[in-house]
Design a protein around this ligand. Structure first.
Ligand code: KDG
Ligand code: MG
Length: 402
C-alpha cells in the first residue's frame, strides 16, 4: 500500500489548524494534526517543503520505519516544529493502518484498558463567585473533574480566565496582546479560591490548577503547601521546565501531585522527571510529541515509574489530535486523565468525528482508524489568519513566562 499524495491543509474555523492528509493507492486516507499554536506556518512549510516529497511512494504500513526515517534521517532532531511534523505523519499512518485492518486504532495498540476516558473541563471566572458558578455548571454537565483558574485582584488579565467560557481561546490577536503578572498577588490570593470551592462542593469534584510555568521552585513549593488542604488532583506546570532540578525542590516540600509536559516534544524532555519520580502526571500531546508512536513510548516509560498520563487537550489541539489521544488513553495501563476543552461548532464542522462526551468521560466510536476526518470544502471557507498567544510581563515591565 503506497502513499500517493501528502496534502497540507491550513484552516481557521475560529482558530488556526494545520492538518496533514495522506492518500494511498488502496484508496485509503489518514489524517494527522500538525498545529503549533502561533507558529502554524512553520510546521506547514516543514511538511510541504521538506517532508511530503519523502512520503510519496513509501509503503504506508511502515509506521516505525517512517518515524525513524524522519527523526534520525533529518540529522536535526527534536524541537517543536520537527516533532509536530513527524507527529502528523505518524498519526495519519496509524489512521490508515486502522482502516486497512478494519479496526479502531486502540485495538492496534493492545485493545481497551477502560470503557471511557475521564476528562477535565475548564472552569474559570473573574471572581470567586463566578468560579463557583462555573464549577457548578460543569458539575451539572456531569464532569467529575475541572481545572480552576480565577482572575487575580489587581491584575488586569489573568491566564486561563475567559469571557466565552466553553470555548476559551488565548491565541486571540493578530499581534501578541500583553498581559501583566505578580507572583506575590497570585500566591496570596489563589488558595482562597480553592478554600471557597471545597466549602461549597466538599470533596465531590476533582480540582486541578494550572500555574503556566510562572513561579520559581521555592514559590511553587509555597503554593503547593498552601493548597494541600484542598486535595487537588494536580498542580500543573508550577515552574519553567528547562531546569528540571527545580521539581526536586518542590517535591521536598509537598505531597501535592505535580503535572507537566505540554510543551515537551520528545522522550528526552521527560526522562529525568519520570525516572527520578519528580512528577506524577506527564502531559505530552500526540500532536506535539512525535505522534502516537512516540507518545506511547513516553507513557510506557512513565508506567515503570508510577507516573500517569494527563494529555494536553486545549483548543489548539485539533479534533484529530484529540481523537488520537483518546485511542492512546483507551489502551494504555497508566492512563490518568485527559484534558478536554470543547472545540467550537465551526471547528467540529471542519473536523467531523465520532468521539462523544457522556457523563464526565469521552468515548470513541467503533469505526476503523481514528474516527475523525477533515472536511476540505468546509475548511476552505475558513482561510488562515495570523494569531498569536499573549506575551506576559511583570508589573515593572520585565518579560515573564506567559
Ligand atoms: O497553546 C497554548 C495552550 O495550549 C496552553 O496555554 C493551554 O496550558 C494550557 C492547558 O493546560 O490547556
Ligand atoms: Mg497547561
Amino acid at each position: 500500500m503506497r502513499i500517493t499524495e501528502a496534502r497540507v491543509i491550513v484552516t481557521c474555523p475560529g482558530r488556526n489548524f494545520v492538518t496533514l492528509k495522506l492518500f494511498t493507492d488502496d484508496g485509503l486516507t489518514g489524517v494527522g494534526d500538525a498545529t503549533l499554536n502561533g507558529r502554524e506556518l512553520a510546521v506547514a512549510s516543514y511538511l510541504t517543503d521538506h517532508v511530503c516529497r519523502l512520503l510519496v511512494g513509501r509503503d504506508a504500513h511502515l509506521i516505525e520505519d517512517t518515524w525513524q526515517y524522519l527523526y534520525q534521517g533529518s540529522y536535526w532532531r527534536r524541537g517543536p516544529v520537527t516533532m509536530a511534523a513527524i507527529a502528523a505523519v505518524d498519526t495519519a499512518l496509524w489512521d490508515i493502518k486502522g482502516k486497512a485492518a478494519g479496526l479502531p486504532v486502540y485495538q492496534l495498540l493492545g485493545g481497551r484498558s477502560r470503557e471511557g476516558v475521564l476528562v477535565y473541563g475548564h472552569a474559570n471566572g473573574a471572581s470567586v463567585e463566578e468560579v463557583i458558578d462555573e464549577v457548578a455548571r460543569y458539575d451539572a454537565m456531569g464532569y467529575r473533574a475541572v481545572r480552576v483558574q480565577c482572575a487575580i485582584p489587581g491584575l488586569s488579565d489573568t491566564y486561563g480566565v475567559s469571557t466565552d467560557k466553553l470555548f476559551y481561546e488565548p491565541a486571540d490577536s493578530p499581534l501578541p496582546r500583553e498581559t501583566r503578572w505578580s507572583s506575590e498577588s497570585y500566591l496570596d490570593f489563589i488558595p482562597t479560591v480553592f478554600s471557597a470551592l471545597r466549602e461549597r462542593f466538599g470533596l465531590h469534584m476533582r480540582l486541578l490548577h494550572d500555574v503556566h510555568h510562572r513561579l520559581t521552585p521555592i514559590e511553587a513549593a509555597r503554593l503547593c503547601k498552601s493548597m494541600e488542604p484542598y486535595g487537588l488532583l494536580w498542580i500543573e506546570d508550577p515552574i519553567r521546565e528547562e531546569l528540571q532540578e527545580g521539581f526536586r525542590l518542590i517535591r521536598q516540600h509537598t505531597t501535592v501531585p505535580i503535572a507537566t509536559g505540554e510543551v515537551f516534544n520528545s522522550i528526552w524532555d521527560c526522562t529525568q522527571l519520570i525516572t527520578e519520580q519528580l512528577v506524577d502526571y506527564i502531559r505530552v500531546a500526540v500532536s506535539h510529541a512525535g505522534g502516537i508512536t512516540h507518545v506511547r513510548r513516553i507513557f510506557q516509560l512513565a508506567d515503570l515509574y508510577h507516573v500517569r498520563s494527563g494529555s494536553h487537550g486545549a483548543t489548539d489541539l485539533s479534533p484529530v489530535s484529540l481523537a488520537a489521544a483518546l485511542h492512546v488513553d483507551t489502551a494504555i495501563p497508566n492512563f490518568g486523565i485527559q484534558e478536554y476543552m470543547r472545540h467550537t461548532p465551526a471547528t467540529d464542522e471542519v473536523f467531523p468525528h465520532s468521539y462523544f462526551y457522556n457523563d464526565g468521560e469521552l468515548h470513541l466510536g467503533d469505526e476503523p482508524g481514528l474516527g475523525v476526518d477533515i472536511d476540505e470544502a468546509a475548511a476552505a471557507r475558513f482561510p488562515y489568519r495570523p494569531a498569536y498567544l499573549p506575551v506576559n510581563r511583570l508589573i515593572d515591565g520585565t518579560v515573564h513566562s506567559w
